[in-house]
Design a binder for this molecule. Structure first.
Ligand code: ADP
Ligand code: MG
Length: 341
């Protein structure tokens, strides 16, 4: 019996703009942390990643910088992204062997240069074989759809930096839309709302909590009142005000409308046979943004189609990527074709 092969190091990665998740062959999800890095601003040496870096946010001095290297759905900083990926892979590697085979989910709108960068990062981290899969495809597999069928499925994945909308059939993406409006934009819309309407400055993290707890895209059965603390922009001192979930919905309405518009636009571009499949099966929502209250209802009203929120939408993409890793031969047709140069 060989001990070295006891733990297989093959991994599947959802390199999200907000969260990175890693699936290890035979072990399911082994890492789920924010895609955030703290580094020395002069040497670019990484000081902390993930949860540890998040805990430093707002508490650093001028020599430490904290960034989300994938913020807008693209790789804003290659060097830091690579460092983060390596550190995450190292964190979950149980033996001295680097990961041999890696499957990474990437946004469907990613450029060739960015694909190259993701491949290179994994190879530098020791991977022998790197495969890429488009996020909506991974999401579809993660929620259990049979993507090989000659039947159309529509997936809407709302992450931090991007919303990816795709129609999938016969193991491929038939048509897609990728927009840079998603969870982050909703969070900043809440910050702007308080600044504009109440002259109060609130932090991003406060805004995100408000979004997740009382944010909505459709009237709630019972609207909520909440107390919000911030800094008065006129007097400069801390202040508390009461707002309602109706106000927060108003603040989010522009971002939500843009997402709804993008879904409608893709439906218009969908061939009739596939459109009729989607009419039967409905639209599937994945990604953290799928958890926004009433988003499913809002989409149902605007598209007149059935809309389903995936179970555990935040892990759908990594579960699908993991499934592909564990059954590579069955899923080879869904991978992004590699262009070597
Ligand atoms: P990515 O794939 O880009 O890393 P995720 O799928 O992990 O993104 O989703 C992260 C986004 O989901 C964040 O913007 C987060 O604020 C948002 N989110 C998480 N939970 C909720 C919730 N309950 N309501 C609204 N948005 C949420
Ligand atoms: Mg994602």
């Amino acid at each position: 019996m060989s001990f070295i092969n006891l733990f297989s190091n093959d991994v599947a990665i959802d390199l999200g703009t907000a969260n990175t998740l890693i699936w290890m062959k035979g072990k399911n999800i082994v890492l789920n942390e924010p895609s955030i890095v703290a580094f020395d601003s002069t040497t670019k040496h990484i000081i902390a990643i993930g949860k540890d870096a998040l805990a430093m946010l707002g508490r650093t001095h001028k020599d430490i910088k904290i960034i989300r290297p994938l913020r807008d759905g693209v790789i804003a900083d290659y060097e830091i992204t690579e460092g983060m990926l390596r550190a995450f892979i190292r964190k979950v590697s149980m033996s001295w062997q680097p990961a041999r085979r890696v499957v990474v989910a990437v946004p469907s709108g990613i450029t060739e240069v960015e694909k190259r960068a993701v491949r290179d990062s994994c190879e530098h981290a020791g991977a022998k074989e790197v495969h890429l899969i488009a996020e909506p495809m991974a999401g579809a597999i993660g929620i259990g759809l049979n993507v090989h069928e000659p039947v159309g499925n529509m997936i809407v994945d709302i992450g931090g930096g991007t919303t990816e909308i795709a129609v999938i059939a016969l193991s491929g993406i038939v048509s897609d839309e990728s927009i840079r409006i998603a969870g982050d934009e909703m969070t900043s819309a809440i910050v702007q709302y308080f600044r504009r309407t109440h002259n109060i400055l609130i932090g991003d993290r406060t805004a995100e909590v408000l979004k997740c707890q009382v944010g909505s895209a459709y009237p709630l059965e019972e609207e909520l009142e909440i107390e919000v603390k911030g800094r008065d922009l006129v007097s400069g001192i801390p202040k508390m005000i009461t707002v309602s979930s109706v106000d927060i919905r108003e603040a989010l309405s522009e971002s939500v409308s843009i997402i709804v518009e993008a879904v409608l636009k893709l439906l218009e571009r969908t061939p009739p046979e596939l459109a009729s499949d989607i009419l039967d099966r409905g639209i599937m929502l994945t990604g953290g943004g799928a958890l926004l209250k009433g988003l499913d209802e809002r989409l149902r009203r605007e598209t007149s189609l059935p809309v389903h929120v995936a179970e555990e939408p935040l892990t759908a993409v990594v579960r699908g990527t993991g499934k592909v890793l564990e059954n590579l031969s069955e899923y080879s047709s869904v991978l992004i074709k590699s262009t070597r140069y």
